[in-house]
Write a protein that binds this ligand. Structure first.
Ligand code: GNR
Ligand code: NI
Length: 167
């Protein structure tokens, strides 16, 4: 197991669109383990492979308080969504800044497990927001892309100011 470095804005590699996983082999299993280790170490509720510079359609999630509900998603697809919600989101690639992002309030997701088995599940609440946030990462999209220009500029200025202070 290895904890990986998370790419941080303004790294252009966060814009790369990930490609589908075709091989369910040892390499994939190790990447999934490393994603979980990195997510837990950095106290995230989700982590997309894109964020650790692996441009494959993989993300991991655990929205529990006690690391009890790890889920790995390979080649995820939202097959149904309904409703609207908005709550504060953060991102490990934008440390220390938060914004309300409009999302669907309920989704149905088709994905493969790390064994290559088909799954289909519904998600609501934090898990639902997180799945949408992570699938965006796999498409090279980050949560700030959903904000108005004014809100995005303000948020990125705040982030840049914090980055200067931690140098
Ligand atoms: O840790 C995270 N928290 C979070 C909160 C609300 C909506 C989405 C997230 S995902 C984020 C970790 C991360 O950056 N995943 O890509
Ligand atoms: Ni993120």
């Amino acid at each position: 197991m290895a904890s990986l470095f998370v790419l941080v804005y303004p790294d252009d590699r966060l814009r790369i669109k990930a490609t589908p996983v075709l091989q369910f082999d040892e390499t994939l299993k190790q990447e999934v383990l490393d994603l979980f280790e990195t997510m837990y170490q950095d106290h995230g509720v989700g982590l997309a492979a894109t964020q650790v510079n692996i441009h494959k359609r993989i993300f991991v999630m655990d929205c529990s308080d006690d690391q009890s509900t790890p889920i790995c998603f390979i080649n995820p697809e939202i097959v149904y969504s309904e409703g609207e919600t908005q709550s504060d989101e953060g991102c490990l690639s934008f440390p220390g800044v938060y914004a309300k992002v409009p999302r669907a309030s309920k989704i149905r997701v088709k994905y493969l497990t790390d064994q290559g088995e088909q799954q289909e599940r519904e998600f609501e609440n934090l898990e639902c927001m997180c799945v949408q946030h992570e699938i965006d990462h796999l498409n090279g999209i980050t949560f700030v892309d959903h904000l108005s220009n004014l809100k995005r500029v303000r948020l990125l200025k705040k982030l840049q100011k914090q980055q200067r202070q931690t140098l």
